[in-house]
Design a protein around this ligand. Structure first.
Ligand SMILES: Nc1ncnc2c1ncn2[C@@H]1O[C@H](COP(=O)(O)OP(=O)(O)OP(=O)(O)O)[C@@H](O)[C@H]1O
Ligand SMILES: [Mg+2]
Length: 239
């Protein structure tokens, strides 16, 4: 469904993404992990057309390399951001409506706004200003606004960052439901290995822009290269 071929992104002398190739299938939950600065968020910025790059990316059998971000979004790729991005002056309902309008060329469908608000469990907060939502609320809203565009792929950038265990559980349930009930393919960047091993079918580990491995989570977490370059860090940090 999404295929990257030898993708490289340079920022001056730095290769933030270095000759990266990967492939994901429709319906999968595909994880990306790696140390800070590995190039994970940059991969999202390349897929969504925010930056130009060397190599090519195909979505649904079509080349999306070189297409502007709005065309890529219209083709069915939506994302959330590492730092919650919401419209601070809008209510929850209006914010979701913006996503719905983008995803519905024929005009706003109130039933879709309603079902999206319900799906992300923000019914009680619907008239609240988004700036006043708590962290979990902001994260659910960002996911809801992305879902409202009716994507084929939803890309989540560290959705659990800053969350407590109860909030993490709630977001994991939401992500699993998006995949299972809405049939949406998901890419998730996350530092919490437990989240990745529970949710994902395939896990791509990158370091300094390069692929270290891409396999089933159970194989990845036991791969000596991953333990040395990444999990060693995580284990040390949690001690
Ligand atoms: N616009 C930019 N200009 C210059 N350098 C950049 C730019 N965006 C990212 N970088 C650099 O590219 C590298 C990869 O950054 P990126 O944000 O993709 O890492 P990451 O894996 O998402 O890290 P983190 O886990 O901290 O979010 C870093 O060295 C970063 O400083
Ligand atoms: Mg990042």
């Amino acid at each position: 469904m999404l295929k990257a071929f030898n993708v490289t992104k340079r920022f001056g002398a730095l290769k933030a993404v270095n000759d990266l190739s990967f492939e994901m299938q429709k319906g999968q939950i595909f994880g990306i992990a790696g140390p800070n600065g590995a190039g994970k968020s940059t991969v999202y910025n390349l897929i969504t057309g925010f930056y130009g790059y060397e190599g090519r990316i195909e979505f649904d059998g079509r080349l999306i390399t070189g297409k502007p971000p709005y065309r890529i979004a219209k083709a069915g790729i939506a994302r959330t951001f590492q730092i919650p991005q919401t419209f601070p002056s809008l209510s929850v309902q209006k914010s979701i409506s913006v996503g719905c309008r983008f995803g519905a060329p024929g005009g706003l469908d109130p039933a879709h706004v309603e079902s999206t608000i319900r799906f992300v469990d923000l019914e009680k907060e619907r008239h609240q200003n988004t700036a006043r939502l708590n962290l979990l609320g902001k994260k659910k809203l960002m996911i809801g606004a992305a879902l409202a565009t009716k994507p084929k792929i939803l890309m989540l950038d560290e959705p659990m960052a800053g969350c407590n265990p109860v909030e993490i559980k709630s977001l994991m349930d939401l992500i699993a439901r998006i995949n299972r009930d809405l049939g949406i393919t998901i890419i998730i960047i996350e530092h919490f290995m437990k989240v990745l091993t529970e949710l994902t079918e395939i896990l791509l580990i990158i370091e300094s822009g390069r692929m270290i491995c891409c396999d089933e989570p159970v194989k990845v977490v036991n791969d000596p290269r991953v333990i040395e370059s990444y999990l060693g860090d995580v284990n040390a940090a949690s001690q």
